[in-house]
Write a protein that binds this ligand. Sequence first.
Ligand code: SAM
Length: 265
Amino acid sequence: MTAPSFGEKSYWDTRFTKNPSPFDWLLPAAAVPFLSSIKSSLSTAPSSQILHIGCGTSSLSFTLKSLVKSPTDIYNVDFSHIPIEAGRSQDGSMNWKTMDLLSSEQVLEFKGLVSVNDVRGFGLIIDKSTADAIACADDVVVELPYVITAEGIEEKSKTTTNIHPLVILALHMAYLTVPGAKWLIVSYSTSRCSFLTSQNPDDRYVKDDVLEQGFTDPRLLWKVIKEEGLSAREEVSGTDDVVARPVVKHTLYTLERTDFKLVAR
Ligand SMILES: C[S@@+](CC[C@H](N)C(=O)[O-])C[C@H]1O[C@@H](n2cnc3c(N)ncnc32)[C@H](O)[C@@H]1O
């Protein structure tokens, strides 16, 4: 049996078409420790705007409303139009946008769009198992120097290379946020953020030659400031005779945006 293609849009379009009902991955939207972290990050956020990435049909989009002063501060995004259209028709007071987070064109267009609404940058990114799905995507083929990069990068020669999807996600999220912004990632994996933290040069997702040709090291953009375990009840399906509902641990990562500036070339 092949594993589901969690990184592919066609997988999610099919899944949401078959089952458009609300569904929350890893944790219920009302999970208290996670909501407490969101509230605490919001209380110190450098901008009130929230980017909820890969919202899917999670009830969290609606729970977030109770935590903000204005629903217009919330931007729910997903690359599948199905949950986005459903969310918009359920509650149009928030912003809903169909967008592929790995597409530089779509991210640049989104940045232009939100700046019309006076959003200079997001202060908080909420990510419940979206980095998990994106980690399953294929590497992204990019041109170097990359279109979103450090200031003053000169083009020596044009080449293409493959970049891990989580690195592209980290770069795009950095471009959309202000210094001091937080990115809260709930993941089933205890190594989801190792691309930012590992001290072992062999683990580096972006090698030196790629950095030299105009790709920004994601470790300059995000610092992992906290990693904590979150308990969740494991779903047991397919039987009424459930004898045990084991507690599983997920990980909540808190990342903080540095003040390293990125520009679009
Ligand atoms: C595991 S589900 C999590 C959904 C929701 N956050 C939750 O907690 O229930 C991953 C979500 O990420 C979305 N997704 C995956 N890759 C994406 C991409 N490249 N751009 C935007 N959304 C993506 C999927 O459509 C799906 O809704």
